[in-house]
Design a protein around this ligand. Sequence first.
Ligand SMILES: Cc1cc2nc3c(=O)[nH]c(=O)nc-3n(C[C@H](O)[C@H](O)[C@H](O)COP(=O)(O)OP(=O)(O)OC[C@H]3O[C@@H](n4cnc5c(N)ncnc54)[C@H](O)[C@@H]3O)c2cc1C
Length: 448
Amino acid sequence: MQKIKKFPIVDGNLGWYEISPSFAKVLGQRIKGEQKFDFAIIGAGYSGVAVAQRLAELNPDASIALIDALAVGQGTSGRNAGFVIDVPHNLDAAKSNVEHDRKLFNLNNFAIQRLRDFKDKYSIECAWQKAGKYMSAHEESNLVGLSHFVETLKAGRFDYEIVEGEALKKRLGTDYYRSAVYTPGNVLINPSSLIRGLAESLPPSVKLFENSPVLSCEYGPPHKLNFLGGRVSAQTVVQATSSFNEEFGHLKNRLAPIFTYASLTEPLTQNELNRYFKGVSPWGTTSAHPAGTTVRFTPEGRIFVRNTLHYQGSLHSNAEGLEQAWQQHRRSFQARFPFLANKVFEFTWGGMLCMTLNHQSVFKQPAAGVYTLVGCNGVGVAKGTYLGYYLAEHICGLTSDNLSFILENSHPSWVPPDPLKGLGARLRLRQESSNAGGYLNRPMLVGD
Ligand SMILES: Cc1cc2nc3c(=O)[nH]c(=O)nc-3n(C[C@H](O)[C@H](O)[C@H](O)COP(=O)(O)OP(=O)(O)OC[C@H]3O[C@@H](n4cnc5c(N)ncnc54)[C@H](O)[C@@H]3O)c2cc1C
């Protein structure tokens, strides 16, 4: 019997979840008693939901359980910055060559199209906007990051625009950034609203269970998943639990989970919007440095800030980490929007980037009737969506060029176990952060 020792918790105040139109609505029951299904999917984030959708399409008569330890939209899929990214991204830069980049672009666009279709079909309110994405630099030293990005975009024949100086200030409402590269295909969303809407619109053959942590597994087949007062048996189990995957016993020394944090302000008043953001459309920017700050001006007139990287072997945050992040978010916010210094952060939370060392995901069948999908490397809204779709096809024995490409590029490299993993991660983060530059840089805390 494989006992699970680390469980997801609610790390802080989950902003996107609490401002979702369906906040607090119960979408699924807890698992109680004995239940039997053909497929059981653990993890109702973008990866797990995509597996459930495609499995249900391919096997309309099959019974499918989709299970999460938290409420849907409280996990990392509902905590992220809400960029659905089309072009290759610096967090996901595995091997960079034109053919590989174009393939990723096509897969990302496939995912965006699929998410858009579900959003339209089921009228999911998730503040979906084809707003594009800026990658910006404030520090001179980070302009080199922009140049590298431009080289990749040029080589791959992706659309982009360089925006600088007064023109950039006009678009963003702040003069903090020197230069930016704008790519038009990115979509911005409330990620919690979208994942909740997708889970809510699954067909009746998929039974959703929330607030139901898997406590232990007895592998078969049939496989048995044990819960407090309940048990699920299934011929096929899919593990899509992101940073918690190594708990399930079929994966070892492949994941490097890194905590990062986000804050969302209270909404700006109409006066503030008129005064400082007249003619400014909602926008989002990532940083030219992979350890830098992500910022959004949202359609509800809030400012979102994400930065700070910590290694937490426990897989949950603590009060000290949240406090450090809040302080860094205040510094980053005030540097960019000194005229809004009185606006408070209504929400501050943490979540994990499930990184792998070579940026490849885990996409495999480690045992009879057991499948694992994990390691989205910070771009999981699009990546989890296409990997989930193709994992379902793989389970059903389908083949395609896209599936072959995914299988060829799913060999994450080895990472040492703790305490070496923690030591290595902390050293690397310290190095990355001190290179990130920006306002009031600190070890582990980042600016630009
Ligand atoms: C602050 C932040 C900003 C980010 N910004 C972006 C962004 O802008 N764009 C982007 O594409 N990506 C972004 N990411 C990354 C993105 O959120 C992840 O790649 C994505 O959530 C991965 O989806 P997933 O479904 O694989 O995993 P998850 O969303 O982590 O889902 C896994 C689920 O498994 C459940 N689970 C774990 N253990 C158990 C158990 N024992 N029993 C039952 N259920 C269990 C968890 O509760 C969780 O809901 C960001 C991440 C963070 C933290």
